[in-house]
Unconditional design. Sequence first.
Length: 231
Amino acid sequence: MLWSERIKRYILFLVGVFIMAGGVVFTVRSALGTTPLASFPFALYSIFEPLSFGTATFLNCMLLLIAQLVLMRRDFDLKQFAQIPLAIFLGLFQDVWGFLLGDWAPETYPIKLIVLLIGCCLTALGVGLQVTANVVMDAATAFTKDISDKFGFDFGKCKICVDWSFVVIAVIVDLAVLHTVVGVREGTVICAFLVGIIAGFLKKKFVPMNRFLMGREKYEATYHPTETVGT
């Protein structure tokens, strides 16, 4: 991969992380529940009040990285340590979005629902840009892939189980420490289904973006090989 392509991919990736962070924060501000993956970090954030939401997210990513090390041992890919700067940027961007939104929060249920939908769209857009950039996996996805590879489980089904495991753990921690459930509501279920649907739709729309990332010749050779052979 040429350095020019690599730089463009990392820039696109960071843009995706920033947008996804905004989506998660908007979802939280809706007060209708967090995304499944954000449910446990939000529980940590709620329990340890001085802790910022971004810091809680970073700690969650580090726990997942440690879990990957324990699970894979000698088979652990050292490239996955790239998850550390990703976690730093994700946590930082979440705190930036929190600062930008200040104390603002929607009051009526219809407005809360609109904010939740905006959060879902931003999250899906951010995920789509990260997938298109194709430089490093986030900690949760990498952890899911390791489980899938280690035990031969279907990745899609494994992803669903991992996502909802976060929700279950968050609920248990909430009840044990706070004696109430925070961050897990109807919005969590909506996010679980809607983000995947939107991300799947956008993935097809992002294919032409590879022309910018890869360059015209490499793009044509990859996506239209039969057209380039005869030219």
